[in-house]
Ligand binder design. Structure first.
Ligand code: ADP
Ligand code: ZN
Ligand code: ZN
Length: 734
């Protein structure tokens, strides 16, 4: 008697396990892992992913339910990608039903077959169409325009590509097809290598050439590289030339970026270099746009796929290379739900797909540098700025006892005047949006606090609101103190809005651009600001992290960092690393044109050892010093952490649960459990929060411990009184 196959399926549920089903009756489709299956779950019917076909189940046969339908003829994800997803389930200790769907757009998480696609044809120019002289079409300008546009897509243009550029094209297209100049078909199979190139490639300098050669020699194999080069040293050029070589092999390149909106220049440079459709995958897309881009990637039609975090899970049948730009950026870490690091998953993906991966940064994370030291990653260094630009000079302004205008020192104002009168631009960085961090009553000491969090409300003058930056609560600005009715309410400290106001008063007539999450909320607002900056309509730029990332501002010759002290005195062991990365990244915005830049950093701690190493010897020396500190303190990357968080509306419940969880761990010598303690911000959005830190010197030991411990925690009765989660490799201990 043959054994019945049993389908092990990841169903969308927060439970950390798969569910077993009998195969559907009358199923004619093959049971490949990676196909979607429609199954009953509770009283509903949902779509799950087949993870494995097994012969035995722990579920008693009479209780096991039957799957309803296999939805795909072929797996939507390859076995390599399925291994990556399964790795993520085990490594991040997360529910498979929440991890596996990361590989699909939301439309496919419902029961529609993927064949129900809209307007999927591609149109490409035939040889006859290629030889048409456009100037002979003066009497048919629409045909000329459409033909000209279609010629830019050697792989064929999809309807969306045409929609984007031309209002009415369908009737014209019909004419072109009739004349035999255009064909509608699946993706064109033949192209010559030269079709990819459009604008001229600069000749690489020797460091760039060495980096490209090193990666090219391992195409088709797994190897991780750290591309370590200051801003402007030519990393993007290395990405472009590597991509070119991968395109010639008809393979796909996956480019991961922290945030698309903040790095439009990278996407633009790929667009300009390669006349190919680029599939963009990021959170700003509609479901339909995402499904379309996903399909182009999954079908192997898009050879270049650029995306944020979750794009690391996109099925790519012809993957040849992975590039991760700004690998140190915190945006690669998902901070809620399925808490994964897209950079780390990308390395696993490269390993499973047997392709090289390049992690690029001007300020590599300490983890990456450690992996280089351990010989796991190869170091590619671009020591100098490409082209003409020289590196900026960094200097500290000791603000102790100095006269200040808000958060701006006299010395900073003098430097600004100097650079502005020379006709240049000035960039000021302040890591706090809004007008002021809080509102204080001068008469009685009342402070505007959030009622749902342990935090102050931030004053937003323009919108006349008090806002909580932690839970999003908003209240109208009050004119009188709610406690003593005094009208002497004062703004304490300063945010970007207040700096803007101060500068408008001090530099009348000088255009000021404020770039933060408030000023860029409207669609297109960020682009408008950046356009104005490039057109020199704005001479003073004031902003938060949003200004620190990826942008070239060739007219900026002075960068001022207004507050570094938070990073120097924080309790978070990563704060110093973050501060250093931020200073170097902001500094990289200056002097990218012909003129050398100047960077001034205000601090109350001019003698802080890490700050001094950074300024005197640079980021690499800083990183070595910081790694030494981590090693002495047995902190990551010299140890491994997992953070269990719990929250509940009742103040005692989280600690009670975490104490029980700690007890459930029993006595372990290889793993330390630190805490539980209330979270640094104990109350947030009306819920009390606490945390328990798990620390271990060995990654395998840590995971073996988690594998045994979590099922016991799940079985705890008190676990139902809280919301809890586990964060493996936490980036923030909050
Ligand atoms: P990064 O990505 O490290 O910031 P980019 O690749 O953007 O650096 O290079 C900075 C500038 O130098 C860009 O304007 C780029 O076009 C130019 N550039 C890069 N490599 C070269 C090269 N080999 N020769 C001339 N110019 C280069
Ligand atoms: Zn008062
Ligand atoms: Zn709040």
């Amino acid at each position: 008697m043959s054994v019945l196959p049993i389908l092990r399926i990841a169903v969308p549920s927060p439970l950390r396990r798969c569910f077993d089903y009998f195969p559907p009756l009358h199923n004619e489709r093959a049971l490949f892992p990676g196909v979607r299956v429609r199954v009953p779950f509770g009283t509903r019917t949902i779509v799950g992913v087949l993870v494995e076909v097994v012969e035995e189940s722990s579920v008693a046969h009479p209780r096991m339910r039957r799957a309803l339908e296999v939805l795909d003829d072929t797996p939507l994800v390859s076995s390599a990608l399925l291994r990556v997803l399964n790795w993520a389930v085990a490594y991040y200790q997360h529910a498979p039903g929440e991890v596996l769907p990361s590989a699909f757009p939301t439309s496919l998480r419902r029961a529609h077959p993927p064949t129900a696609r809209v307007r999927d044809a591609r149109f490409h120019v035939t040889a006859a169409g290629m030889s048409v002289e456009l100037k002979n079409l003066v009497r048919a300008p629409r045909q000329a325009a459409l033909l000209e546009r279609l010629r830019r897509y050697p792989l064929g243009a999809a309807a969306v590509d045409l929609d984007a550029g031309i209002k009415v094209w369908r009737p014209t297209l019909a004419v072109l097809i009739e004349r035999g100049w255009v064909e509608a078909a699946a993706a064109a199979a033949t192209m010559s290598a030269t079709t990819f190139k459009t604008d001229a490639e600069p000749t690489l300098n020797s460091a760039q050439a060495e980096a490209v050669t090193q990666v090219l020699t391992v195409l088709g194999q797994f190897q991780t590289f750290l591309l370590d080069g200051v801003t402007g040293s030519g990393k993007t050029e290395v990405y472009l030339q590597l991509t070119q070589r991968v395109l010639v092999r008809r393979q796909q390149t996956l480019v991961l970026v922290p945030e698309i909106g903040l790095t439009p220049q990278l996407v633009e440079r790929f667009r300009q270099r390669f006349n190919l459709p680029i599939a963009l995958l990021h959170s700003g897309l509609t479901d339909r746009e995402r499904a379309q881009a996903w399909r182009q990637a999954q079908q192997g039609e898009a050879l270049i796929v650029v995306g944020t975090r979750s794009a690391v899970f996109t099925p790519l049948p012809k993957l040849g290379l992975i590039l991760v730009d700004e690998e140190h950026d915190l945006s690669f870490k998902q901070q809620d739900g399925f808490r994964y690091s897209a950079r780390d998953v990308a390395v696993i993906r490269a390993r499973e797909e047997r392709v090289p991966i390049v992690l690029g940064s001007a300020t590599p994370s300490l983890e990456c540098l450690y992996n280089v030291q351990q010989g796991r990653y190869r170091h590619l260094s671009l020591p100098a700025r490409a082209g003409e630009a020289t590196s900026p000079a960094l200097r500290v302004i000791d603000v102790r006892r100095q006269p200040m205008r808000g958060p701006i020192s006299r010395a900073m104002l003098d430097a600004m005047t100097h650079h502005l009168s020379a006709g240049h631009q000035v960039l000021l960085f302040l890591n706090r949006r809004g007008f002021a961090p809080t509102l204080l009553c001068h008469a009685c000491g009342w402070i505007a606090r959030c009622t749902r969090c342990d935090s102050h409300l931030t004053l937003h003058q323009n919108s006349r609101q008090l806002r909580c930056h932690h839970c999003g609560a908003e209240r109208p600005l009050v004119e009188t103190c709610p406690d003593c009715a005094s009208t002497e309410l004062r703004a304490v400290g300063a945010g970007t809005e207040r700096v803007e106001e101060i500068l408008a008063e001090l530099f009348p007539g000088v255009g000021i651009a404020r770039v933060d999450r408030d000023s860029t909320r409207r669609v297109g607002a960020l682009e408008t600001l950046f356009d104005g900056i490039h057109a020199l309509r704005y001479r003073i730029l004031i902003g938060t992290q949003m200004l620190a990332k990826g942008h070239h501002f060739p007219g900026v010759t002075l960068v001022g960092v207004l507050n570094t002290d938070q990073g120097l005195v924080s309790a978070d062991f990563r704060a110093g690393e973050r501060m250093a990365q931020l200073i170097v990244q902001v500094a990289g915005r200056a002097g990218r044109g012909e003129r050398a830049g100047e960077v001034l950093i205000q601090t109350h701690f001019p003698g802080h050892p890490l700050l001094r190493v950074l300024l005197e010897s640079g980021y690499a020396a800083f990183a070595q010093a910081a790694l030494l500190e981590r090693q002495e303190a047995r902190l990551p990357p010299y140890s491994y952490l997992a953070l269990m968080r719990a929250e509940a509306p009742q103040s005692e419940a989280p600690l009670r649960f975490l104490n029980a969880a700690k007890e459930a761990a029993g006595i372990t010598r290889s793993v330390q459990l630190l805490g539980p303690v209330p979270a640094p911000m104990e109350k947030r959005a009306g819920r009390y929060r606490a945390q328990l830190l798990v620390q271990c010197n060995n990654r395998t030991t840590l995971h073996r411990f988690l594998d045994e411990w979590l099922p016991r925690v799940e079985a705890l009765k008190v676990s139902r009184q809280v919301r809890w989660s586990l964060d493996v490799d936490p980036q923030e201990l909050y």
